[in-house]
Design a protein around this ligand. Sequence first.
Ligand code: HEM
Length: 428
Amino acid sequence: MTTADGLTFMKRLKRETHAQHVDLVRLPFITSLIDGSLPLAAYVNQLRAFATVFGALEDVVAAGNGSSLRASLGLEGSRFSRLLQDIGCFGMEMIPEIPQVRRTAVAMASRIRLLSLERPGALPGYIYVLQGTILGNRVHLPDVKRNYGLTGTQGASFYAGYGHGADEYWEGFTALLNGAVEGGADAGDIIAAAREAFEFLHDIHSALYPLPTAEEMNFSATGINPEAGNHAVPDDRMEIRAALMAADACRVAYPYFDVRYGERGKRFAQSDAAWLASLVEMPESEVVAQVAWLGGVLSSRGMPRITMEYQLTALYEALVAAHPDRQPEYERLLGAREWLRGERVRRIPEELFDEVVAAFVTASGGELDGALQGMGRIIVSAVCDEAGGIFGAVATVRQWATDGVRFSAGWITAVRETIAHAEKTLAF
Ligand code: HEM
């Protein structure tokens, strides 16, 4: 069926936004991508902006009750996850953020959230524009790979889009949208939303390139982890690198993080470590107060405070290696670690702590032959944290570590007995 002017709705939508599409593809960002001069910083900031926007879009679509909206976002998996994966590939490159891009992406994400509440019928306009990038990205995937020396889809999975499935997806999307308008959806609302989305993307891409001066760019938590809150991180790239290294060291020491929390856990570990590194500007008492707060939050979500003790040590060492002259300030982190340790050994003295852990290591087949090394310390630390007033510290670790789908009966018994053993050992 066609609309009053003899076009299907999708053809009309394309016609009505054609000029904006043309303007967009003529921006220096795109021409430089093609001629190979686009700096990596512009590319990575583009991925960050899209992560902010797709994160909001996928959230509101998942929360809404329109199954056709869900279908229209594609069945090939989340583009938000791909963006996060790609951003993760450049994590160690220390690429600062472009504040203007960040602000516009946040405004676009807020607009999507608002529309989902006030005019959900307009959302397909945003989906059209954002998913339309699959078609343009397909053209530019080779440019991205060539410019940044990427192999396979590593660092370029957002651009790889749905690969050979793109045309099929787009046909399905076209049919869905035409059908929705035939079924009474408000065509005017959808077109207005698509225009708006193009405007946002025009502003984002104009701000991406040419790059602002180095002084105008900065580091932020969301630059490290798009899902993190807008909290402080150091200005100094050596300190950020040190934080990322400390986060990685913690994940190696406690494989539990990767096994339980996967990629998302990795990103939070990094943004949290960067936040911890930013604390050193404060007096030690304030550092302790902040660490106590974050330690409580993380422990109640399954990351007992002993892991933060480890992270603070690793962070201190990496920071001192980066800037030996700042050692006295960095020592404030050790002060906070000592506070955490004090809280723990007050409940179970170190020697007894080690004994309970050692019994678990034996009973758990060497913590599954090292695959979950450190698990005993996590369990016993959770018991100390709970005794220290962190509600839910034990329950969240127990729930995961006694899951019969994941673990053998022998392991589960060892976990339960270790919790009971530690609880009996508590000093008070
Ligand atoms: C953020 C940037 C971009 C956005 C938001 C965007 C959006 C869209 C949309 C919504 C469509 C669907 C048009 C339809 O209704 O069929 C589309 C198609 C297309 N885009 Fe883009 N696009 C972007 C960048 C690019 C770039 C850089 C190129 C390459 C120069 C490009 C090339 C194409 C092509 C070849 C098609 C499909 C062919 C067509 O039917 O006209 N796009 N794009």
